[in-house]
Design a protein around this ligand. Structure first.
Ligand SMILES: *Cc1c(COP(=O)(O)O)cnc(C)c1O
Length: 408
């Protein structure tokens, strides 16, 4: 039986034209952006298109394929286009480029602006693989890199040379959670015509809109909150009109594309982003407050916690806080720490975050710094507060601290 497409004249309620998406609040657009049920037999979600070859019915259409949106698998399919559209709506972007991982979103962006003699400013608390890419690849291309104190604010002007082309921002830093004054950095960059890039993974694109503040590129590890289920790798590069064409062409030249199953999973995760983020916000604040009251804890690093370092700057730019933050416990020998951690029932130990489940790991941020120092006077920890009942999480940690106190 030949399947008939829906009559294209009858628009299915729920599909929204991309141009009208800005009429709606985030919670609404997350439910509707990138949906094209009209084109897919009425299915709510855009199906997974596995494709390399795309066939053209006539020689004339083959000759004109340069203008076709769907023309070769690597150039994107309706599945990846739906995800790009949804992320662009969320990030208020001209367009979004998908990468096979967050790390590749970072490296692609670093490379896109790399010309011999250029100068990049990178925050000293930047995500480790970003620093590694700068050291191992970007510098070899003849780009000078200066790491700056993330708390430098408008003082960044003093680090800018005639060769500076790009300022990277990560706020808060994903291990130490300092809040850069994003507005101050963006203002200095704008005045000098520099490109600004912000790693927006922590806010998931939900609690912060970098492009609305004048940042040129907001990138995310879609691996984290967008997907939300710890089962897929993906990166997003959302661009302002100033840089979209350049980034799009550069990533096409690299041959970058993502698998359709991965694109599908991330878009499926995004449909529940708003409810997840609000829960991460509420639970992480409650857990941060509890940790602050504990005698084992020297300091809590959570920019959304009133009174904490960075709270004032954070509240100027962000509408909420996600589930990832840090804390420092009093110095503890490894076997004692192991006794606490190995016995946890709910918190997993592992890289990444942004899924529905809680995680806890010890970190060593000092090893990643060159321009500033990190002297915590204790053991730095990083926690991801998942969607479990927060009282269960608190009880798990409480029992963990009790094991840590035991002698033997
Ligand atoms: C995890 C992470 C990335 C990299 O994402 P992957 O998908 O793991 O490559 C980039 N930035 C930040 C802040 C991250 O936490």
């Amino acid at each position: 039986m030949k399947l008939e497409q829906s009559d294209p004249i009858v628009s299915i309620t729920g599909d929204l034209a991309h141009e009208t998406i800005a009429d709606f609040a985030d919670d609404t657009l997350l439910c509707h952006a990138g949906r094209h049920s009209d084109s897919h037999h009425g299915t709510v979600n855009t199906p997974v298109y596995h494709a390399s070859t795309i066939l053209f019915p006539t020689l004339a259409s083959l000759d004109a394929k340069g203008t076709a949106a769907v023309r070769y698998g690597r150039r994107g399919t309706p599945t990846s286009f739906s995800l790009e559209e949804a992320v662009s709506a969320l990030e208020v972007a001209e367009g979004t480029i998908l990468a096979p991982s967050g790390a590749m979103a970072i490296s692609t962006t670093l490379l896109a602006f790399a010309t011999p003699g250029a100068h990049y400013l990178i925050p000293d608390n930047v995500y480790g693989p970003c620093r590694n890419c700068c050291e191992a690849i970007v510098k070899k291309l003849g780009v000078a890199v200066t790491y700056y104190d993330p708390l430098i604010g408008a003082g960044i002007a003093e680090l800018i040379t005639t060769e500076t082309t790009l300022i990277w921002i990560e706020a808060p830093g994903s291990q130490t959670f300092e809040m850069s004054d994003i507005g101050a950095l963006a203002a200095v960059a704008k005045a000098r015509g520099l490109v600004t890039v912000l790693d927006n993974t922590w806010a998931g694109g939900y609690f912060f809109k970098p492009l609305s503040l004048g940042i040129d590129i907001s990138l995310q590890a879609g691996t984290k909150y967008l997907s939300g289920h710890s089962d897929v790798m993906l990166g997003t590069i959302s661009c302002a009109p100033s840089v979209y064409a350049r980034m799009k062409e550069f990533s096409a030249r690299l041959g970058m594309c993502v698998g359709p199953d991965d694109a599908y999973l991330v878009l499926r995760g995004m449909r529940t982003l708003s409810v997840r983020m609000r829960q991460h916000h509420a639970s992480s604040l409650k857990l941060a407050e509890w940790l602050q009251s504990r005698p084992e804890v020297i300091k809590v690093m959570h920019p959304g916690l009133p009174g904490s370092d960075g709270y004032e700057v954070w509240s100027r730019y962000f509408s909420g806080a996600s589930g990832l933050f840090g804390f420092i416990i009093k110095p503890v020998e490894r076997p004692r720490l192991a006794r606490m951690m190995d016995g946890l029932r709910l918190f997993g130990m592992g890289a990444s975050w942004g899924g529905y489940e809680s995680l806890l790991i010890p970190t060593n941020p000092a090893s990643l710094r060159t321009a500033t120092s990190w002297e915590p006077q204790g053991q730095t920890m990083r926690i991801h507060v998942g969607l479990e009942c927060v009282d269960d999480l608190i009880a798990d940690l409480d029992a963990g601290f009790a094991r840590m106190a035991l002698n033997g």
